[in-house]
Design a protein around this ligand. Structure first.
Ligand SMILES: NC(=O)C1=CN([C@@H]2O[C@H](COP(=O)(O)OP(=O)(O)OC[C@H]3O[C@@H](n4cnc5c(N)ncnc54)[C@H](OP(=O)(O)O)[C@@H]3O)[C@@H](O)[C@H]2O)C=CC1
Ligand SMILES: O=C(CO)COP(=O)(O)O
Length: 325
């Protein structure tokens, strides 16, 4: 029997989503990782000890390294970092059935092309309907069955609705949207802004500055959103403001934690959070639309090692005052 939902990428988020899909569909959900030994261990122990410790896999989740297990799945969730989306899309292509919908679950901008995830899917999988899942949702919260609301976006409302239905459980609530660009932008920008929020806390700038950072960060997200034709209600919704508030206020966020460490003076770590990989591309995308993103630009230079945290703060405080919008 073929699966209704298959998950490619067995990290924290992929594992949590496989559990959700298994609960929602009640049928087999392949969870496909790239390391055979690790997937065998996950299958035997029924837990992804490295990425999502302490969470038991639903009995319908099938951990495997075999991409062929996604054949026949109606919804294929790609849950790997944004910079790998194009390669993963190419790898799954030969296995996709004629009715398959590919749902990107990453948040970021592709370096080089400056494409958001939905555009990467459209280029890598022409003719295959694509969708995007984004919103305020820590893997750990979702895996523990805590109430979570996310956005499921696709250009075709029926596709968005069908994908949302396939993943909905009592506690996991996907709201549908057709504003794919708006949803993609929110997820990409909030990761970068969360690094800045972490820096604010780490450098001890205080709670007033933290609130100002979120509001002014949202202003630059909204400026780019407007240039890309995103709907204002998308930007102020779950995948925009909702995810910005979550990620910019919680040490559970890897992006916020990275900023926190940098703000406290720690050296730049070797493994960087997704927002760090995306910051430069986000700013370049904005520049291409004549949009200024001063906070994101400062983050990009700090994570690239071109600017110190103190210089970044100084530069932002020295900016001329402007109208608030
Ligand atoms: N964690 C969370 O709470 C949430 C994460 N997200 C987003 O989901 C995406 C994935 O995040 P998350 O699961 O946390 O990340 P993890 O680092 O936990 O896992 C990433 C997974 O992608 C795999 N991977 C990496 N590179 C490749 C590649 N080139 N080809 C195939 N697979 C690859 C990794 O495999 P390997 O182990 O072999 O390296 C790993 O299984 C990110 O874009 C993130 O922003 C969205 C919402 C919530
Ligand atoms: O996207 C997330 C929550 O919505 C997870 O954020 P981090 O990648 O910063 O951990």
């Amino acid at each position: 029997m073929s699966a209704r939902v298959a998950v490619v990428g067995a990290g924290a988020w992929g594992t949590a989503l496989a559990n959700v899909a298994a609960e929602a569909s009640g049928s087999l959900v392949p969870l496909i990782g790239r390391d055979r030994e690790e997937m065998t261990e996950i299958a035997e122990r029924r837990v992804n000890a490295r990425r999502l410790p302490g969470v038991r896999l639903n009995r319908s989740v099938l951990p495997t390294d075999d991409l062929a297990t996604l054949v026949g799945a109606r919804f294929v969730l790609v849950v790997t970092p944004t910079q790998t989306l194009r390669d993963v899309a190419a790898a799954i292509r030969p296995h996709l059935g004629s009715r398959a919908v590919v749902v990107a679950c990453c948040k970021g901008v592709e370096r080089g092309s400056l494409a958001l995830p939905h555009a990467v899917l459209a280029e890598a999988l022409p003719g295959v309907p694509g969708a995007l899942l984004s919103g305020p949702s820590f893997a750990d919260d979702v895996a523990r069955g805590l109430p979570t609301a996310v956005t499921l976006a696709a250009a075709d409302e029926d596709v968005a609705g069908a994908a949302a239905t396939a993943l909905a459980t009592r506690s996991f609530r996907p709201y549908r949207s057709t504003d794919v660009a708006g949803v993609a932008l929110g997820g990409a920008a909030k990761n970068v802004l969360a690094i800045a929020a972490g820096v604010v806390e780490g450098a001890g700038l205080g709670e007033s500055a933290a609130a100002a950072l979120i509001a002014r960060g949202f202003a630059e997200l909204a400026r780019l959103g407007s240039a890309l034709g995103a709907r204002p209600e998308t930007l102020s919704g779950l995948s925009g403001l909702g995810d910005l508030v979550l990620t910019a206020t919680s040490e559970k966020s890897r992006n916020f934690s990275l900023g926190l460490a940098l703000g406290r003076g720690a050296p730049r770590p070797e493994k960087l959070a997704e927002g760090a990989a995306t910051a430069g591309a986000l700013v370049a995308l904005a520049r291409g639309h004549d949009v200024e993103m001063p906070i994101s630009a400062a983050v990009a230079e700090v994570v690239d090692g071109r600017l110190s945290v103190a210089e970044a703060i100084e530069r932002l405080l020295a900016r001329p005052l402007r109208a608030e919008a």
